[in-house]
Design a protein around this ligand. Structure first.
Ligand code: PGA
Length: 252
C-alpha cells in the first residue's frame, strides 16, 4: 500500500511572517493526522524559518529547486547538501514553471535528480504536457519522453524512493483540473512505463502525485483513483483550511 503524500508548493509567494504563520498553522492543523505524509515547500529564503515552525510536527520540509553541483562558484544557486542542512527532506524538480519559464531541460532535471538522491533528498519529479500537446494527442508520448530523460540512469532502489508528480501544464493555476479519468490514464501509464523499465514491484512502490488546480472539492475524486497517490498543491496550499481540506481527503 502506498502512503498518500500531499505537498504544498508555495512558489514565489509569502513573506517571512506569513510563511511562518502558514507553516505553524499547517503543523497545528495536521497534528493528529495519521497515515498521510504532508510537506510544505516554501521559497528557499524562508526554509530556515519554516523548518523551525514545523519542527517536531508531522509536516516535512521541501525545497522548490536546487542546483546539481556540490559546491563552488555557482552564483545564486543552492546545493542538495545545503537543503539537507536546512532540514529539507524533499525537493521539487522539473516543475513546469522551471521547464517552461526558466528553460530547464530533461537533462538538467536528470542531473538534479541524481545529485538530490546522492545527497539523500527525496526528489518530487514533475512531468506534464501542455494544452497543444494534449490536443495533438501527444500526452503519453510527452510524459514518456520526460520520464526517460528526467529519470535516466536511476537504479531500481533509487526509483522506488522517488516521488513523481503528474502536472498537466494547462491545469496549473488555471482552475481547470484534469478529470479523474484523464489523470488516472497518465498515472497508470507512468506505472506501466516503470514496470517495463524496472519491474512491477518497483512500479507499485513509487508514489505518483497529481497536481494542477487541486482543491478541497475535487481532491476526493482524484485521490480515489487507484494510481493517484497524493497531490502537489499550489494555490490551495496557501491557506491552512484549504490545504487541510485536501489532506483530510487523502485519509480515505
Ligand atoms: P496549482 O499549482 O495547484 O495552483 O494549480 C500546482 C503546482 O504548480 O504544483
Amino acid at each position: 500500500m502506498r502512503r498518500p503524500f500531499i505537498a504544498g508548493n508555495w512558489k514565489m509567494t509569502q513573506n517571512r511572517a506569513s510563511a511562518v504563520a502558514l507553516a505553524s498553522g499547517v503543523a497545528k492543523a495536521t497534528k493528529s493526522v495519521e497515515g498521510v505524509d504532508v510537506a510544505v515547500c516554501p521559497p528557499s529564503c524562508y526554509l530556515d524559518a519554516v523548518a523551525a515552525a514545523v519542527a517536531g510536527s508531522n509536516v516535512g520540509l521541501g525545497a522548490q529547486n536546487m542546483y546539481h553541483q556540490g559546491d563552488g562558484a555557482y552564483t545564486g544557486e543552492i546545493s542538495a547538501a545545503m537543503l539537507l542542512d536546512l532540514g529539507c527532506r524533499y525537493v521539487i524538480l522539473g516543475h513546469s514553471e522551471r521547464r517552461h519559464i526558466l528553460g530547464e531541460t530533461d537533462q538538467d532535471v536528470n542531473q538534479k535528480v541524481m545529485a538530490a538522491l546522492a545527497a539523500g533528498l527525496v526528489p518530487i519529479v514533475c512531468v506534464g504536457e501542455t494544452l497543444p500537446e494534449r490536443e495533438a494527442g501527444k500526452t503519453l508520448d510527452v510524459i514518456r519522453t520526460q520520464f526517460n530523460g528526467s529519470l535516466a540512469g536511476l537504479t531500481g532502489e533509487q526509483m522506488a524512493g522517488i516521488v513523481i508528480a503528474y502536472e498537466p501544464v494547462w491545469a496549473i493555476g488555471t482552475g481547470k483540473t484534469a478529470t479523474p479519468e484523464q489523470a488516472e490514464e497518465v498515472h497508470a501509464d507512468l506505472r506501466g512505463i516503470m514496470a517495463g523499465c524496472y519491474n512491477r514491484e518497483i512500479a507499485e512502490a513509487v508514489r505518483i502525485q497529481y497536481g494542477g488546480s487541486v482543491k478541497p472539492d475535487n481532491a476526493a475524486e482524484l485521490l480515489s483513483q487507484p494510481n493517484i497517490d497524493g497531490a502537489l498543491v499550489g494555490g490551495a496550499s496557501l491557506k491552512v483550511d484549504s490545504f487541510l481540506g485536501i489532506v483530510t481527503k487523502a485519509l480515505g
